[in-house]
Ligand binder design. Structure first.
Ligand code: SF4
Ligand code: SF4
Length: 432
């Protein structure tokens, strides 16, 4: 990086950026630092860079942008930081600043502005896009494509399921506890419809009626992470309107990445006096599925399970700090067959759309994750985020470890709570 004089830029919250005291205690938690050993690819280095940009001590060069782009946004540094630095907020503000002031290559613009922002958040468009992608995989054309496209296609599931959920799904148990809202998610509703159905089934079995307002849209995470905060705010406002008219005990989400964005609507709209209170009320109701389900609501029978391990999805473990409830639920099913995954909390390289925009680092982290999974001897890996599932399945397939199944925790629990046809279905539809 070259230090050139530049006009000071005001894009960071000064107090938040000054909270970093450069102690370096976050370095060992940062996946890109673990992989490169380079201070510029660490949280401390990136915060230093953000502050230099803001102060005008550094121009926004391609090299500076690379260091920010290579950040996964996993927020493991927040969990590790004793000073409470809000790295995620700093990163979002910096990315927003970059997208407004820096001109990217034509390819990166296409990827970010068209593929990620105009396809992924729209289920109907994503369904259309999946069709040629699946054809390319099945026909074998994929092997003639450049490596980054082959890697992208390896993430496309052969058996994506898309299920339309009714606006209300009532619990059939005698003592209904109340009513919760359910967020369907963009990727979840197109590729993991069965998992959404399993989540609703579990909520019903636990005594909750489930409302699925059809007006809900993308949570805004894809926009916020790619530096388009204004569009993320529009998504937040639309979702607040869709859910606040219902009288709900909670708003349940089964995708960790979306959950952390939904819980931060108050922060996203903090500068908008007309919305901030409504946003905070909305966020206070958001619960991850594993946070909301109670062990006592189910009668799991510890059965003949093979060893099972658990991968902490970054946005559940770090921004939401939820690590124990999913482990408790899994252990209720498999008992002593639960085995801890080394580096469970280190990102698998999926990180939203990171595996598309930064395929090289994504692949290094994917390999690292697969090596750790294989060390456990587990035959089932459970997790809580669709991107992690696709990334780990693709990595295991590349490693020839197709005997290892990767399951969303809702599918895993539904299979345990309802042995029979569903269990059979999961076992036949899981692996790619
Ligand atoms: S982000 Fe936190 S842990 Fe990392 S260097 Fe700054 S103060 Fe230390
Ligand atoms: S968000 Fe993740 S990749 Fe980025 S600096 Fe923090 S720990 Fe490192």
């Amino acid at each position: 990086m070259t230090a050139n004089p530049a006009a000071p830029q005001r894009f960071l919250d000064e107090d938040k950026s000054l909270a970093c005291v450069h102690c370096g205690l976050c370095l060992g938690a940062c996946p890109t630092y673990l992989e490169t050993g380079n201070e510029n690819e660490s949280p401390r280095g990136r915060i230093y860079l953000m502050r230099a940009l803001q102060a005008g001590r550094l121009v926004l060069s391609d090299a500076a942008v690379r260091h920010i782009d290579l950040c996964l946004g996993c927020r493991a540094c927040e969990t590790a930081c004793p000073s409470g630095v809000q790295y995620g907020a700093l990163l979002e503000a910096t990315r927003d600043h970059i997208e407004q002031t820096h001109r990217r290559s034509a390819f990166q613009r296409f990827l970010r502005r068209i593929a990620i922002e105009r396809v992924f958040p729209f289920p109907a468009r994503m369904k259309l896009a999946l069709w040629p992608a699946r054809l390319a995989r099945k026909s074998g054309i994929a092997r003639w494509l450049p490596k980054f496209l082959r890697d992208a296609l390896s993430l496309v599931p052969a058996n994506a399921s898309s299920i339309h959920l009714p606006a209300v799904v009532r619990s059939t148990i005698a003592s209904v506890k109340g009513r919760v809202g359910f967020i369907q998610g963009c990727v979840m509703s197109v590729m993991f419809g069965d998992t959404n159905a399993a989540s609703v089934q579990l909520l019903n079995q636990a005594g909750w009626d489930v409302a699925v307002p059809p007006e809900q849209i993308c949570c805004g995470a894809l926009y916020a992470h790619s530096g388009n905060l204004e569009r993320a705010r529009e998504c937040a406002r639309r979702n607040i309107v869709a859910f606040e008219k219902l009288d709900l005990d909670a708003i349940v989400i089964n995708a960790a990445g979306c959950g952390s964005t939904l819980k931060e609507y108050g922060h996203l709209l903090h500068d908008d006096p007309a919305w901030v209170e409504r946003a905070e009320r909305f966020s206070a109701k958001v619960k991850d599925l594993t946070e909301w389900l109670r062990l006592e609501d189910f009668k799991f029978q510890i059965s003949n399970f093979k060893p099972v391990t658990y991968h902490d999805a970054c946005h559940l473990a770090h921004p939401q700090r939820i690590t124990k409830p999913p482990r408790d639920l899994i252990q209720a099913v498999v008992g002593k067959q639960f085995v801890e995954l080394p580096e469970s909390e280190v990102c698998c390289g999926s990180a939203g759309s990171y595996n598309l925009t930064e395929p090289e680092m994504a692949e290094r982290l994917q390999r690292r994750k697969v090596e750790n999974i294989l060390k456990t001897g587990a035959e089932i890996v459970v997790t809580t985020n669709p991107g992690c599932i696709l990334q780990m399945r693709a990595g295991l397939e590349k490693a020839g470890a197709t005997h290892v199944r990767v399951l969303h925790i809702a599918d895993f629990l539904a299979e345990a709570a309802n042995p029979g046809p569903r269990a059979k279905k999961n076992s036949t539809t899981n692996n790619h």
